[in-house]
Design a protein around this ligand. Structure first.
Ligand code: NAD
Length: 472
């Protein structure tokens, strides 16, 4: 099928490359000329596993890039919209980018046959109806377009495999024609032909097969996306609140998760205590759903609490650093991880960045390392901030009073901890993501602080160091 993807960011670019991979001809549009130039020259612009391979395989053939919405819309029968929907100050989603794109589309489609416009961006309930009105008011004949919702559930860090091996595909549509067109777009994923293809992107172990194709009304599809993200954010805040109780009473949150997560009604996925959720989706989608509820006359205070607990995890972690090191002024800290989660270079609403900014404001100096997010992280700090971007985890650790792990990069699991310990001025390890086993880290000579994993009193310190020296 001939597809236009308007907006070539984290979602639009990955979705377009994956659609090319399953056999469609896709034109990616963006109004950022620099982005389109970089993409056209083969630079994937974002860090995402398998994206460089897909771009190399399809660019210039089934995957093309342009700044011309005009060309892309005229050449395509399905137009996906994947522009941003950032939060307004009030918490509502700002849908003005979508409105802008719809007005541009309206100028292009009369006389070029019926087009199906599919909203992939995350939008408040009722947006599809509103878009229909925008298009009709802009002079597009009602029989010249269809409109559908197709929210995206990919996660940054595993976006390509999430797209190609989805848990489900949700389509909100009121017409048979739009539903059938979208069924055709996704058929290689729902009927399995992609899984039988040689040279395909490898399937993750836990992939769901076949992916259900769920058809709903547009407004239900819009609600499904907001509700999914709000529910996941609620799980994170629930486990973080419990972690704070464990911290106080000596229980271990990871043991708790094993115990409660083995109940299949609960499950252990997404019950990971840490420094809180971030990124461009959860924070904005929870507040957007809160605003949608309010507009419907429902006071959804549960979501206020989800957001409050999340905001509180930053000061909780900073207190832990203070507890470990005493007064923070003048302390030199090594920070591993700046991206909002592992596997991505995205630093939007990163809790790691928020924590580093607080530590800098408290008078610490920081040497930070992230495997992919250094370039984007630089923009989050002022040139005069006492932060140095290190070459490696070991470079960051050199001479530091403590090592703080703030993003769950898989490669942080296989660091040489004996070497790290020898580089630190004090063997203090503050693990904001519960990546490590406290016992193993203590055996390696670290004074270990996780999240919700009980208390390790400072008078263990000399013993720990001796044990570590034996182990080394
Ligand atoms: P993004 O900011 O990375 O990308 C949006 C792109 O749209 C940018 O490249 C921007 O230049 C482009 N754009 C804006 N206005 C345009 C216009 N008029 N014409 C052409 N291009 C235009 O955003 P994203 O992270 O890809 O998110 C896009 C949407 O998908 C949001 O609604 C988001 O909530 C949703 N979503 C994001 C994720 C995620 O993990 N990032 C996952 C699921 C859903």
């Amino acid at each position: 099928m001939k597809i236009a993807m308007i907006g070539s960011g984290y979602v639009g670019l990955v979705a377009a490359a994956c659609m090319a991979e399953i056999g469609h001809n896709v034109i990616c549009v963006d109004n950022d000329e620099g982005k389109i130039q970089a993409l056209s020259s083969g630079d994937p612009i974002i860090h995402e596993q398998f994206l460089p391979e897909l771009m190399a395989r399809h660019s210039g053939d089934r995957l093309r890039f342009t700044t011309s919405l005009h060309d892309a819309v005229r050449a395509s029968s399905i137009i996906f919209i994947a522009v941003g929907t950032p939060p307004r100050e009030s918490g509502e989603a700002d849908t003005s980018f979508i409105e802008h794109v719809c007005r541009d589309i309206a100028r292009e489609i009369n006389g070029y046959g019926p087009k199906t416009i599919v909203v992939k961006s995350t939008v408040p309930a009722g947006t599809n109806d509103w878009i229909r009105r925008v298009l009709e008011r802009s002079g597009v004949a009602a029989n010249n377009f269809e409109i559908a919702a197709n929210p995206e559930f990919l996660r940054e860090g595993s976006a390509v495999t999430d797209f190609l091996y989805p848990d489900r595909i949700v389509v909100g549509s009121n017409t048979e024609r739009a539903t059938e067109q979208l069924r055709s777009v996704y058929r290689p994923l729902t009927e399995g032909s992609y899984r039988r293809r040689r040279g395909r992107v490898p399937q993750p172990d836990n992939a769901c097969y076949p992916a259900p194709f769920i058809v709903t009304s547009p407004v239900s599809a819009e609600m499904i996306k907001h509700a999914s993200n709000a529910f996941l954010a609620m799980k994170v805040s629930f486990i973080n609140a419990l972690a704070n109780i464990c911290e106080a009473n000596g229980a271990d949150i990871e043991e708790l998760v094993r115990g409660i997560g083995s109940d299949r009604r609960i499950g252990s996925r997404f019950l990971k205590a840490g420094i809180g959720y971030g990124g461009s989706c959860f924070p904005k989608d929870v507040s957007a759903l809160r605003a949608v509820a309010e507009a419907c006359g429902y006071d959804f205070r549960l979501l206020d609490e989800v957001m409050r607990i999340n905001r509180n995890q930053h000061p909780v972690f900073v207190s832990k650093v203070r507890e470990a090191l005493g007064p923070l002024k003048g302390k030199r800290l090594a920070v591993l991880g700046l991206a909002f989660k592992g596997g991505t270079d995205d630093t939007r609403e990163s809790p790691a960045i928020a924590i580093v900014q607080t530590l800098l404001s408290e008078g610490c100096t920081v040497r930070a390392f992230d495997p992919a997010a250094m370039a984007r992280a630089r923009d989050e700090f002022a040139p005069e901030d006492p932060i140095v971007f290190a070459e490696s985890a070991y470079d960051a650790a050199h001479g530091a009073d403590a090592l703080l792990v703030l993003t769950e990069w898989e490669e942080f699991l296989s660091l040489d901890f004996v070497r790290l310990r020898s580089l630190l001025r004090e063997p203090m390890l503050l693990d904001g993501r519960n990546l490590y086993e406290p016992g193993a880290m203590r055996a390696l000579g670290f004074f270990y602080f996780g999240v919700g994993r009980g208390h390790c009193p400072p008078n263990d310190f000399s013993e720990v160091r001796i044990a570590g020296e034996d182990a080394a």
